[in-house]
Design a protein around this ligand. Structure first.
Ligand code: PLP
Length: 391
């Protein structure tokens, strides 16, 4: 059975071109990039080339790029760098809808004495910028706000936030893992201090990421060890993955236009097709301020996990906004922050496309999903009984 893969915000397939670029570093090119001999030095030069390609994707200088093991490490590195550089400041700000890579670290810091301000979003997932502005203080060490949300796809006004933070001399970091490769990301134009990205969200390999640190910004390393990455991240370079991320960055830059046109049109076709064919289906997320590849739709009175299981029988891969943790279906913190009613949050499905999706795949999903929802609703006591009691 063919897979219809519409879960690209969870991870992406490694482009075959990227794999080809990586393979030699598992075989003949096994030298250590830090070695004095030219055999290792050649690998060092290839890593430098990858750094330039990645820098080109976000308009940074190569020296501003630190390779890491993943988006999560980049986020942790940025957040710890900011608070270590400002040891006297005990207030940090983030949004209510961050990825766990930021959210859970902030929750951890809250337990160790930091005062945390969680900036809310409205019911369309749009950030409350005035709330953020009013909570910037002289005691604020860091603002960390994601560039685009992984669940709703909503894009945040990063340049405006960067201006507000800079005016107050506050470090600003953005988790741009979902934005990079889907919309133009320009660190120079935006003027932020640090930015995280991840290889496996842009058709590169898993287990590699990068952190942009603006030249001149204060920094202290998270991984303390060897002198790799100019002393900013110890550990022998993951040469194959770094070269893969470099190649993926080139491809991503080349795909931006197609993302904005063909992929956006496919996403709209999917979204409109489903909203028209299925009653009581609601879009989550501001319609125009979204990543071009993402749609998040709630199908009222059904369970997202049941929808996923039934779609799985047709090879359709997507995600639901409720995770079955410890036996209870808890809507995601993102949908809760948006105030999506429980009856809708439970049945939310995120489809996230890529340049590899086709119109035939979209039409397949638009054909298969309505009868699935219909069947599940026939089994749902909440759909039949008018009064919904889902708590
Ligand atoms: C996937 C993701 C991450 C984590 O990246 P990893 O490389 O998987 O650690 C962080 N933030 C966002 C917004 C993501 O979507």
């Amino acid at each position: 059975m063919d897979i219809v893969y519409m879960d690209n915000n969870a991870t992406t397939k490694v482009d075959p071109v990227v794999l080809d670029a990586m393979l030699p570093y598992f075989t003949e090119l096994y030298g250590n990039a830090s070695s004095m001999h030219s055999f290792g030095g050649a690998v060092g030069r290839d890593i430098a080339a990858a750094r330039e390609k990645l820098a080109g994707l976000i308009n940074a200088e190569p020296g501003e790029i630190i390779f890491t093991s993943c988006g999560t490490e980049s986020d942790s590195t940025a957040i710890y760098a900011a608070i270590r550089s400002n040891p006297d400041k005990r207030h940090i700000i983030t949004s209510r809808v961050e990825h766990p890579a930021v959210k859970n670290l902030y929750e951890h810091l809250a337990k160790t004495g930091y005062r945390v301000t969680w900036v809310p979003v409205d019911k369309e997932g749009v950030l409350d910028l005035d709330f953020l502005r009013h909570h910037l203080t002289d005691n604020t060490a860091l603002v960390s706000i994601m560039w685009a949300n992984n669940e709703s796809g909503v894009i945040f006004p990063i340049a405006k936030i960067a201006d507000m933070a800079r005016e107050k001399g506050i470090v600003f970091h953005s988790d741009a893992v979902q934005a990079v490769g889907k919309v133009p990301v320009d660190v120079r134009q935006t003027g932020l201090d640090m930015l995280s990205l991840s290889g496996h969200k842009i058709h590169g390999p898993k287990g590699v990421g990068a952190l942009y640190v603006r030249k001149g910004a204060k920094f202290s390393p998270f991984m303390i060890g060897g002198h790799q990455e100019r002393g900013r991240r110890g550990g022998t370079e993951n040469s194959a993955s770094i070269v893969g991320l470099g190649r993926a960055s080139e491809l991503a830059k080349g795909h931006l236009r197609e993302m904005d046109t063909r992929v956006r049109a496919l996403r709209d076709r999917l979204e409109q097709g489903l909203l028209q064919a299925i009653p009581n289906a609601l879009l989550n997320g501001e319609k125009d301020l979204r990543l071009p590849n993402t749609t998040n739709i709630s199908f009222e009175y059904v369970e997202g996990e049941a929808i996923l299981l039934m779609m799985d029988q047709f090879g359709i891969c997507a995600s639901s906004g409720s995770a079955c943790t410890s036996g209870s279906l808890e809507p995601s913190h993102v949908l809760r922050a948006m105030g999506v009613p429980f009856t809708a949050a439970h049945g939310s499905i995120r489809f996230s496309l890529s340049v590899y999706n086709t119109e035939a795949e979209v039409d397949f999903v638009v054909e298969k999903l309505p009868p699935i929802i219909e069947r599940l609703r026939q089994m749902s006591p909440f759909w039949k009984g008018a009064g919904c009691r889902l708590q």
